[in-house]
Write a new protein. Structure first.
Length: 750
């Protein structure tokens, strides 16, 4: 059991909504019912006069207080070197709303019911405007403009790779396979919705906001420096337990920013919890990519080049990490585990009247690998190979690592051939033919699908770990933030192994800008790389500083002191002093800054078998095998848990999940769990997970990261299995989500 599990499973979790004080004012955000409209006026008089109302704020109040723009912190540039267009995004937009759910007013009241009553009395005059929902609509001539100062709704035209070399490779190709896909927009439904509560300390003029997040330090810096313009010591952000993050709890959001701002104005604590239906209109979405891919092969079937043209729908505003999510997210992995000498990628990035997009588990990579791996399967069938044969012909070999991909990224370490063969053996691929025959005898179609996949780890390495040594325990402060991954366990495990002390005498702290000023939060499957390696370095500093103190106590030179099993000892004698005994006389610390590379490329091969009922189109995932190379494994149990979760997330992407907008009105049609399908236990087979370990050369512990890797591979593996089952029926491709209705229509030619 993980260290945190007993506390979490027995109802002692410290989640934001559970810890809010009873006396805080309730907050209700009034959201636009229109996808695109001018705000002609807001009359607050009747609402303000209703019982229990403390204040009602609108965009005019933000403008009067000179509240700033919610910024992106990543960027992309066009061919001329111009940064992406980033129109103003105030927490409440003045003048015009740009998606259903845009905040038009903030109501504070003694109770939430009083705030709801006041919202009914708020008189808002909307002048509705035509909306654009898809990238194609946004790019059409004379399309309505989401932002008046962004011509053609074009956020950026972005490209990467050698176009001339790619064109030349296609010109000499013996065969070219082509495919166009639409990767559907998706919404994360974590167990714990976002929530925030605040307190005001009049003596220090200090606002404290406790909220559910993937890290407090980046929002703190942005709120103080860019949005609210307050000194850093006047705002404290805290995150305790978090019930799932997956990407959308990483960005700075309007709601927590407005709560920090209004708390200082009112000098009273506030509280807000996002409702489940509200989440779909407020938390960042993801994916929403239309792409065309081409794969060039020579006469023997070796890959020569890949060319991708894509349109990425960014929604109404530029979210915090959004610029690089579909663009460099795709570029990092579009070479797959293959030798592809030339690659060219071209993107049109557009604004639409939809919820802004940002990272969701995989962050641009599941849709990239779906495109690539579907192309490989198509190319195999078109050139007379089996999918396994064509992959074997093009897989990178261990002696080619590190491999400089034509997309501009260097894959650090992998044995792709071993990974591939191990996966096929683990999945019992040789006996698939017999299983297919048994399915056919029962009137079903069985298919087998492969996906060779990888992930490029990311994140922000503003990490400064401090390990405090006290008389009875170690306290480690880290700048990453657990959302269920088991950081308390794995970080304590690294420290315990480094210092030879029991794990139950180690406390891991995170999520407080007052006591932990540095940190990049958690994202990009990199927390163990960032905090784990830095903890090990800090442990080495603890030993170094403790050796000097022990030398004084033991009256010898530091060079004569050795550290072993939690104690300092004089070499060759029985004179020793324990770490905690030493700190009882004089507590001390060890600290370290992150000193490695964030980037690593964990790799995997997933093998999926499905059974399709041709009468109904229902797809049943029967077998799923993942063999992953995640470098050095610190905790095998946590790794398997991450792989299980990642596979199920990818299964939902492949078969079930799609955020659907009405393309005329801009209304979200899948805004509740009655309309947005999530994977359940009976959608998921027993999962088989195996690992091999090729240490990364990019950090001294050889770590790679795992959280997003299986999510990147599962959609492609499942899709390839479904299309393998249907190939004899003449079905070439089906876009995600591969629902029973789509399958039935494809089988019946409708």
């Amino acid at each position: 059991m993980r260290r945190e599990d007993r506390r979490l499973l027995t109802g002692r979790g410290r989640y934001a909504d559970n810890t809010a004080p009873a006396g805080a004012l309730a907050v209700l955000f009034v959201r636009s019912p229109h996808a695109h409209a001018r705000l002609a006026g807001i009359d607050k008089a009747s609402a303000l006069a209703s019982p229990g109302i403390a204040a009602i704020y609108t965009a005019d109040d933000l403008v009067a207080d000179k509240v700033g723009h919610l910024p992106a912190i990543s960027e992309i540039k066009d061919a001329a070197g111009n940064r992406h267009r980033e129109p103003e995004h105030l927490p409440m937009p003045p003048g015009k709303v740009r998606h259903v759910g845009d905040i038009v007013a903030m109501i504070t009241a003694e109770t939430l019911d009083q705030a709801r009553d006041a919202a009914e009395l708020l008189e808002i005059d909307y002048e509705t405007l035509p909306a654009v929902v898809t990238a194609a609509q946004a790019l059409a001539p004379d399309a309505p403009l989401v932002h008046d100062d962004v011509a053609g709704n074009l956020m950026c035209r972005w490209g990467k790779g050698d176009a001339a070399a790619t064109d030349a490779a296609f010109a000499r190709a013996a065969h070219v396979s082509t495919l166009s896909i639409r990767s559907p927009r998706q919404i994360v439904h974590y167990m714990e919705t976002r929530a925030a509560w605040s307190a005001y300390d009049d003596a220090d003029d200090l606002v404290t906001v406790t909220f559910s997040s993937q890290g407090v330090q980046i929002p703190h810096r942005l709120m103080c420096e860019r949005v609210l313009n307050v000194p850093k010591d006047k705002l404290r952000l805290v995150t305790e337990d978090v019930g799932g993050g997956f990407g959308p709890k990483y960005p700075i959001y309007a709601e927590s920013t407005l709560i920090a701002w209004a708390t200082r104005k009112l000098k009273r604590g506030l509280r807000w919890t996002c409702e489940r239906a509200e989440l779909t209109q407020s938390d960042s979405h993801a994916r929403d990519l239309v792409a065309s891919g081409e794969l060039a092969l020579d006469a023997q079937g070796k890959f020569l080049a890949v060319r991708v043209k894509a349109e990425a729908n960014y929604g109404a505003y530029v979210s915090m990490f959004a610029p690089t999510i579909p663009t460099t997210g795709l570029a990092k992995v579009i070479s797959g585990l293959y030798r592809i000498p030339a690659i060219r990628i071209d993107f049109d990035c557009v604004f639409t009247n939809t919820v802004p997009v940002d990272a969701i588990r995989g962050a641009g990579k599941p849709e990239a690998l779906f495109l690539l791996e579907r192309l490989v399967d198509l190319a195999a069938h078109e050139t007379g190979h089996t999918p396994a044969e064509l992959r074997r012909l093009n897989l990178l070999k261990a002696d080619e690592m590190p491999y400089a991909a034509a997309s501009g990224y260097t894959y650090d370490a992998a044995d792709c051939v071993q990974l591939f063969e191990t996966a096929l053996k683990a999945a019992d691929e040789p006996r698939f033919t017999a299983r297919r025959a048994a399915s056919e005898a029962a009137g079903k179609r069985r298919g087998l699908g492969l996906a060779c996949h990888l992930h490029g780890t990311g994140g922000i390495a503003d990490e400064h770990v401090v390990v405090q040594v006290g008389p009875d325990r170690l306290v480690a402060s880290v700048g990453t933030q657990s959302q269920g991954q088991g950081h308390e366990t794995v970080f304590a495990q690294i420290l315990a192994a480094s210092l030879g002390v029991p794990m139950d005498r180690i406390e891991v702290r995170q999520g407080d800008t007052r006591s932990i000023p540095h940190g990049g939060g958690t994202g990009g499957s990199s927390s163990t790389i960032i905090s784990g390696t830095t903890l090990k370095r800090a442990a080495d500093v603890v030993i170094q500083r403790g050796r000097d103190l022990a030398a004084e106590r033991l009256e010898t030179a530091p060079a004569d002191i050795a550290y072993r099993d939690g104690s300092f000892e004089v070499v060759g004698t029985d004179r020793r002093i324990g770490l905690f005994e030493l700190a009882a006389a004089k507590p001390f610390t060890g600290d370290a800054l992150f000193g490695d590379k964030i980037e690593s490329f964990p790799t995997g091969v997933m093998v999926c078998e499905v059974e399709v009922d041709p009468e109904t189109g229902v797809v049943r995932v029967d077998r799923l095998t993942e063999v992953a190379d995640c470098g050095t494994v610190v905790n095998p149990r946590l790794l398997v848990g991450q792989v299980h979760g990642g596979i199920v997330h990818g299964l939902g992407n492949a078969l079930l999940e799609e955020a659907v907008y009405d393309e005329e009105s801009g209304q979200l049609l899948s805004g509740t769990l009655m309309d947005y399908a999530l994977p359940r236990a009976d959608d998921t087979p027993s999962l088989q997970v195996e690992t091999i370990a090729t240490a990364s050369s990019n950090n001294f512990m050889g770590l790679k990261g795992v959280g997003e890797l299986p999510t990147n591979g599962a959609p492609a593996a499942i899709a390839n299995a479904v299309l393998d089952a249907l190939r004899a029926l003449g079905v070439r491709h089906i876009d995600m989500p591969i629902t029973a209705h789509k399958v039935w229509r494809a089988i019946n030619g409708r």
